[in-house]
Design a protein around this ligand. Structure first.
Ligand code: FE2
Length: 397
């Protein structure tokens, strides 16, 4: 179901209630024109010389993608209306103050060119929250701002936001701060399926709270206009730690976290950062002393930990349903259970639990057990045999 912007309430109140807001015509044409030139210059030929409507997912590739540090695009943070919006949401214009914008210019160019192969969808897709496979901050320290640089069309590669989903997600996270997306969410749980597509003109701005469900659609628009936008994170200097709905001085960004009642959690940031560090400790290739077990544990493109593994003579597998709880990584796989009848024994579904040794970061131990017999768990002792130091995004991990 398509959601209509409620024009009876101010944009600030729209952000609080619905988790997002739209402000039209906030950025000068001079800026959007210069930004488009800069983006075009970053493309490979022939796209660089073609009209935007001839760009496709196949030809619109980057020779050099502009980003933070680019003298033209960085200027978005100096546009007067953009600064006014940031100051209003955070309730202060003091850059670098604890409750104000930190001053960090954080953004990405979002270019979604026409997809000739793809049929136009009949309805919007549900979407996701960011922080996949990670903890979701209850309050966090940033909101999203997307500035459209060129007019778009319906189903034109635009972002779609699920109205009110921030309140539902926060309820889940307040009840259990270890709630993770997608493992702990059931799409049918969502109280709302009201989706708003940000069909925009150059200079229009979308604001989005970090707990909102959203997605980007493919560009299948009849006029083949690409979506070109600056997708900005606007970081506050500090994480919010407390919200009291009765406090009349709350600025709109703070009020957007007050819909579920008063709450205080000074650990929101520590827990979030600690979880990220704990994930990194699992990154690497891990091999048993006898060489019979090998696990390559990594964070994939979706943000979640998973493992490629080889057990005995079985072919390589990818972990099934991996979930990390901050300490232990658990997942399903197939393995031959010892004593199950010689070298040709059939693999059975098993459950693996792995944990890095708290005293020695190069050692990992755990168990593997048949799903039908958890009591028959076998111990696994592993040593780190190769280092992984970044997220892996390829399909050939
Ligand atoms: Fe996202």
């Amino acid at each position: 179901m398509a959601f209509e912007i409620d024009t009876r309430i101010p944009w600030t109140e729209h952000f609080v209630r619905h988790g997002f807001a739209v402000l039209r015509n906030q950025v000068s044409k001079a800026f959007t024109d210069r930004a488009m030139e800069r983006i075009r210059a970053g493309l490979t030929e022939p796209a660089r010389s073609l009209p935007c409507e001839s760009w496709t997912v196949a030809n619109a590739t980057w020779a050099e993608k502009p980003g933070p540090g680019d003298p033209v695009l960085d200027g978005i943070y100096d546009e007067p209306n953009i600064r006014r919006i940031i100051d209003t949401l955070y309730g202060t214009s003091a850059v670098g103050s604890p409750t104000g914008w930190s001053g960090e210019k954080s953004y990405q160019v979002f270019l979604t060119a026409f997809s000739p192969e793809q049929p136009q969808p009949k309805a919007y897709e549900g979407g996701h929250i960011d922080f996949g496979g990670h903890l979701i901050p209850k309050f966090g320290n940033a909101f999203v701002m997307q500035v459209c640089l060129r007019d778009t069309e319906p189903f034109g590669g635009n972002i779609t936001v699920m109205a009110g989903s921030h309140q539902h997600v926060q309820k889940r996270v307040l009840a259990d701060p270890y709630t993770q997306y997608p493992a702990d969410f059931d799409w049918n749980d969502m109280p709302s399926t009201e989706l708003f597509e940000f069909v925009a003109k150059a200079g229009d701005v979308l604001l989005m709270q970090h707990l909102s469900f959203h997605s980007g659609n493919a560009c299948t628009a009849t006029g083949r206009r690409p979506r070109v936008a600056l997708h900005m994170q606007v970081p506050r200097s500090t994480f919010l730690t407390k919200v009291d709905p009765a406090d009349a001085t709350n600025p709109p960004w703070v009020r957007s976290f007050a819909l579920n009642g008063p709450h205080e959690d000074p650990e929101d940031q520590t827990r979030y950062m600690g979880f990220g560090e704990a994930k990194k400790r699992l990154w690497g290739e891990w091999t048993s002393d006898d060489g019979q077990a090998w696990f390559k544990v990594f964070t994939w493109a979706d943000g979640a930990l998973r493992s490629r593994l080889r057990l005995g003579a079985l072919p390589d597998q990818i972990s099934r349903g991996a979930r990390f709880d901050g300490r232990r990584l658990q997942f399903g796989c197939d393995a031959v259970v010892s004593g199950a009848g010689g070298p040709k024994a059939t693999p059975v579904p098993c459950r693996v639990v792995l944990e890095v040794d708290s005293n020695d970061g190069d050692r990992m131990h755990g168990t593997i057990a048949p799903e039908s017999n958890p009591a028959g768990a076998r111990a696994i002792a592993l040593r780190k045999t190769a280092i992984i130091s970044t997220r892996l995004t390829g399909y050939d991990v």
